[in-house]
Design a protein around this ligand. Structure first.
Ligand SMILES: Cc1cc2nc3c(=O)[nH]c(=O)nc-3n(C[C@H](O)[C@H](O)[C@H](O)COP(=O)(O)OP(=O)(O)OC[C@H]3O[C@@H](n4cnc5c(N)ncnc54)[C@H](O)[C@@H]3O)c2cc1C
Length: 466
């Protein structure tokens, strides 16, 4: 069987590994438009902020393809799929036959249709990141357009490098998809304290060499303009090939499109009406697709993912999950806000289970609440204990001791406490060894403290019982 994968990003590269882990014989070819080895796109914000170097984000070693008998064509863009002859044509005219085709083409950054948009730099690829960093060195002031997760991470990263930054956002508050208005306000105040000038409810009309002209005619000065205006699934090939496409390429629970020989995974795919913009679903989809394609688990099915968003910006702790916008009419809402300390916590509870949460500001509750949300487990009656673990008389503490083995610790790689314990029992004695065995911590990296906590606790237990 010849498997052809289009897209060598986070979903495509993961699929290659998942397929090879199950089957050594399938002929595997991958076409990647980017000329680089696949890298962890999630960590680009860290590269912009300077906490990771560009060489520390690689997903696969250059030798991996040869060692795993995968034919990789980097810097090769697929331009046409012929489903009759089962052939894909690349931009350079080469043709690649397939029996099974997987689309893993991701998304492209949205560029707003305004004059001068070509002067601004998008923030999607490692090359974009390098271009922003190069320009930032000679810049006096930056403007970031877009106050979603990416725009905030970009603005915080540039401000952390000492560059004055203005963040422009069309909606009335930051991250309006994940946060309610008050959380958006508290987040804005926290960022303002870190040197980011926030302007919400404003619309960019033109990008000029000296800055961004708003639609009220005023100018926001800046010689570096970064675009973080959202992403659009890269579906052009699928549309041309006549596959069913809504917002993304429509797939079923096997990740198959309406052509049984063609699959789609990652940000280009739409499953059950949802296009995911996070890496955890992309990696779950890659595992299911590999099961189905290789026949390793023919009945494997993808049933959708629970979405947890965590901001990776120095000195700003934020996790948001689920249905954060439900009001008291439709759910039980437990809320605590203390703007002076940048703290906002909100739990949205329905039928005794956590269906949404916002945790802004440092909080020991993040791990426990993420697990409760993830498992859909019944909540303890003590709501204060959920918001303030460790408070005298409260029940829930975010400690490795209390965590059940089924609790998911690494959201990106779907690794539970039980798996970390098993890995420790087989000899792993630090987070790096656990990462090598389970991949925990290798996605967005925000679970590293939790993994270290579990390993440390197990080591302590060993010391106690020895
Ligand atoms: C700065 C930044 C920060 C992020 N932070 C987080 C985070 O904290 N947590 C989180 O979960 N997610 C985060 N994300 C999102 C995450 O990176 C994506 O969800 C993930 O990369 C999706 O994987 P993918 O393979 O579907 O798409 P991509 O990683 O974009 O890969 C798609 C690949 O396909 C290639 N391609 C496209 N068309 C073709 C073609 N015709 N021929 C050949 N190749 C093609 C592209 O060049 C690209 O290399 C972040 C994204 C960015 C940009």
């Amino acid at each position: 069987m010849r498997l052809l994968v289009i897209g060598n990003g986070m979903a495509g590269a993961r699929l290659l590994g998942e397929v090879r882990a199950r089957d050594k014989d399938i002929e595997v070819t991958v076409l990647g438009a980017e000329s680089r080895q696949p890298y962890n796109r999630v960590l680009l914000s860290n590269v912009l902020a300077g906490s990771s170097g560009p060489d520390q984000v690689r997903l696969l070693d250059p030798t991996w393809y040869g060692e795993h008998d995968v034919e990789a064509h980097l810097g090769t863009r697929a331009v046409q799929i012929d489903r009759q002859t089962r052939t894909v044509t690349a931009a350079d005219g080469r043709r690649f036959p397939y029996d099974v085709l997987v689309l893993a083409t991701g998304s492209q950054a949205v560029v707003p249709p305004i004059p001068g948009a070509g002067r601004a730099l998008p923030f999607r690829t490692l090359d974009d990141c390098r271009a922003i960093l190069a320009d930032s060195r000679g810049s006096a002031r930056a403007v970031v357009i877009g106050g979603g997760l990416l725009g905030i991470e970009a603005a915080r990263g540039l401000a952390g490098r000492g560059l004055p930054v203005t963040l422009l956002h069309l909606a009335g508050h930051l991250m309006e998809r994940q946060l309610d208005a008050e959380a958006g306000l508290v987040l804005g105040e926290t960022l303002a304290g870190l040197g980011v000038d926030i302007r919400t409810g404003v619309s960019a009309a033109e990008i000029l060499p000296e800055g961004v002209r708003l639609d009220d005619g005023s100018l926001v000065e800046g010689d570096l303009v970064v675009l973080a205006c959202g992403v659009r699934p890269e579906t052009e090939l699928a549309v041309q090939a006549g596959l069913e496409v809504r917002r993304g390429v429509v797939v079923d629970d096997e990740l198959r499109t309406d052509d049984p020989a063609v699959f789609a995974i990652g940000e280009c795919a739409e499953h059950d009406g949802v296009v995911y913009g996070l890496v955890a679903p992309a990696w779950e989809q890659a595992a299911v697709a590999a099961d189905v394609i290789t026949g390793a688990a023919k009945d494997a099915r993808y049933r959708g993912s629970r979405q947890v968003t965590r901001l990776k910006a120095k000195s700003v702790e934020l996790a948001a999950m689920g249905e954060t916008h439900l009001t008291e009419e439709h759910a039980e809402v437990v809320r605590f806000s203390h703007r002076a300390t940048g703290t906002y916590r909100k739990l949205v509870i329905r039928d005794g289970r956590l269906v949404g949460a916002i945790l802004l500001g440092e909080s020991a509750a993040v791990g426990t609440l993420t697990q409760l949300y993830d498992r859909g487990a019944p909540l303890p009656g003590d709501r204060a204990g959920l918001l303030f673990p460790g408070l005298a008389g409260t029940a829930v503490a975010d400690s490795p001791v209390r965590m059940p083995d089924s609790a998911k610790v690494c959201q990106c790689n779907n690794v539970t406490k039980g798996q970390i314990r098993a890995c420790w029992e087989s000899g792993a004695r630090d987070a790096t060894a656990v990462a090598a065995a389970t991949r925990a911590t290798t996605g967005c990296g925000t679970c590293r403290d939790a993994v270290e906590g579990i390993v440390g606790w197990l080591c302590e237990q060993e010391g106690v019982s020895a």
